[in-house]
Design a protein around this ligand. Structure first.
Ligand SMILES: [Zn+2]
Ligand SMILES: [Zn+2]
Length: 169
């Protein structure tokens, strides 16, 4: 799957092309070329809706969590595309800039998605809650701790609220 094939499936591709063309002028052709072939991979993360991986300032793939609601998925794709466009228009400068800074926000706005840096998905929150396992119990007060991953078996943990030591399950 590529950004173009997914965006086409979600009926977003022609809108994206129009937005990039009007926002980036002569740079638009190159940006759209790189966007269209950029791979999209499914993510299993339950705390992030999507992410953009890059190498030496060049985007290499997008990861999207496909369990989120369809409308959310569209917004997440546009959010990540804004990161790609941002990186492609300021080569090499990414390390020194905030990832959701003014340049990214300008792109997000041009693409018609929210300029807030994180989206929420109730479907994903539910999936996250389902994945939580009981990992430890406080031996003093009985409080229970749930996490996606187990705690480190080689370490001792204490309950900050009561000072009791935690027994790992
Ligand atoms: Zn972001
Ligand atoms: Zn406790």
């Amino acid at each position: 799957m590529t950004v173009e094939s997914l965006a086409t499936e979600l009926s977003l591709w022609s809108e994206i092309c129009k937005s990039v063309e009007s926002f980036a002028g002569k740079k638009a052709k190159r940006i759209l070329q790189q966007l269209s072939t950029l791979p999209v991979k499914p993510s299993r993360a339950t705390r992030r809706l999507g992410s953009c991986s890059s190498k030496n300032g060049v985007p290499v793939c997008l990861r999207l969590q496909f369990e989120q609601e369809p409308e959310n998925l569209k917004q997440t794709l546009l959010h990540e595309i804004a990161h790609v466009c941002d990186q492609l228009t300021v080569p090499g400068g990414l390390k020194t800039r905030p990832s959701h800074g003014p340049q990214w926000q300008a792109w997000a706005q041009a693409l018609g998605t929210s300029t807030k840096s994180c989206g929420h998905s109730e479907a994903l929150n539910q999936l996250h809650r389902k994945r939580l396992k009981l990992v430890a119990v406080c031996q003093r007060c009985g409080a229970e701790f749930r996490r996606v991953r187990r705690l480190n078996r080689c370490r001792d943990y204490y309950h900050t609220a009561c000072g009791g030591s935690l027994r790992q399950i």
